[in-house]
Design a protein around this ligand. Sequence first.
Ligand code: PEP
Ligand code: MN
Length: 340
Amino acid sequence: MITVLKKGTSDAQMQTLIDWLAGQNIEVHISRGSELIVLGLIGDTSKVDMELIESLDIVESVKRVSEPFKQCSRKFHPEDSVIEIGSEGTNKVKIGGGHFAVIAGPCSIESEEQVLCVANAVKAAGATLLRGGAFKPRTSPYDFQGLKADGIELLLEAKKATGMPIVTEIMNANHLPLFEDVDVIQVGARNMQNFELLKELGKIDKPILLKRGLAATMKEFLMSAEYIMAGGNEKIILCERGIRTYETYTRNTLDLSAVPMLHELSHLPVVVDPSHATGVKSLVAPMAQAAVACGCDGLMIEVHNDPPHALCDGAQSLTPEQFADTMGRVEKIRRVVEGI
Ligand code: PEP
Ligand code: MN
């Protein structure tokens, strides 16, 4: 249930209503927009007297919300969320609400030389965040599993050298202490419904890049975001990375309709990853352009200094030159979109 308060409602009046609802075991999520205050009522609202709330002087309207996701719903929070990223010594990056960001870097962190080379190159080409996997979710247990804690150390070195905030994937909540200085924690497609991990990430105050599961519906995707938000962490960036279909020429099928659909359903920023979505380097630039054309808030692109020798995902990794060319193409589409 959502309750929109009239303009000019004082904090004390709002608190009286919140206390009354708390007495009925209803938790209230407050969303303050520039014009209105929207209260999201969370809990069993079936016994709450809707007419009574509607009759209060301070209440503009009351609506029952049918979607199971609440805090990530645009009905609860009509304005776009802007996620602020960055820590001491890094550039400050915003994403969402008209702020566009590009996350780029290798699939996996392999060596100091590799991560620094790629970090400097993607920064020069205009990327604003550096990615790199240290804990890798691989289909085969015999494939490279990532440099783990050492990989995070190397990523931190690259952060220091370039001033770029860093993004890396977590697979186990027990590893959280290693992520202390990581700016954005990624939840990979395979862990989108690892609810215990999502609950732990709900308790921290750090942006989370949540990737869509391989076979997840948009509702399931948003319910996973809801798990993190229900714990108190509202800094979530959604990432469309393709879904599994019967197609085999591409690694996955990029569902671009998810971008405008998620924007309609939710206030959270939506980033597109054309690298994992296609698995084919020649498709990365066209799909990045298409994603920008349909309004995504950012991109995530894999870049490697020596793709044929990459320890993971070489076939979809761009060289620094190809990445710079892609950025130029993306920029042109962005100018058109901004002018619409
Ligand atoms: C990744 O971004 O490194 C990754 C493993 O992607 P996904 O979880 O989307 O497969
Ligand atoms: Mn990868």
